[in-house]
Design a protein around this ligand. Structure first.
Ligand SMILES: [Zn+2]
Length: 146
């Protein structure tokens, strides 16, 4: 696919993360859980960071979460990103209990972004090899309005 001008680190894939990247191409956001202590794990690893167990399972995340923190980039010296400003990068807490970094899309003005705002995962295909997860702002439900 053409048009993605930004660099992708050449060591982004590894033994533990290959499944994550290949399933993103199928628009599935996968994370691991520990079969022994139950901890949700992200990013992908070969041992549980909580109990060192090697018994890990893959699960598909529903893809709903809330913004834990974010920043809006208004200026950049990186040529590939100049067309994208302003853009938002955030830490997203998914319902499965994992925290993920990614771009936040679907907003009109930076000042409309909020901590704890609802987002859902969507997918941005950037090359034949890579699809990135991005997080789209979800309109608030009417029942949440007063
Ligand atoms: Zn564990």
């Amino acid at each position: 696919m053409n048009g993605y001008k930004n660099s992708i680190p050449n060591n982004i894939k590894g033994f533990a993360t290959n499944k994550f990247w290949s399933d993103l191409k199928k628009e599935k956001f996968m994370y691991q859980t520990c079969d022994d202590c139950g901890s949700p794990i992200f990013y992908a690893r070969v041992v549980c960071p909580d109990c060192m167990s090697e018994n890990l399972s893959w699960n598909e995340a529903i893809g709903r979460g809330k913004i834990y923190s974010f920043t809006v980039i208004h200026r950049t010296s990186l040529p590939g990103y100049k067309e994208d400003v302003p853009y938002a990068v955030g830490l997203i807490d998914l319902e499965e209990g994992i925290r993920v970094m990614g771009n936040i899309i679907g907003w009109d003005a930076p000042e409309t972004l909020r901590i704890e705002q609802n987002v859902s995962v969507t997918y941005k295909r950037v090359s034949d090899e890579f699809t990135f997860p991005v997080f789209s702002v979800v309109e608030e439900e009417k029942s949440n309005e007063y």
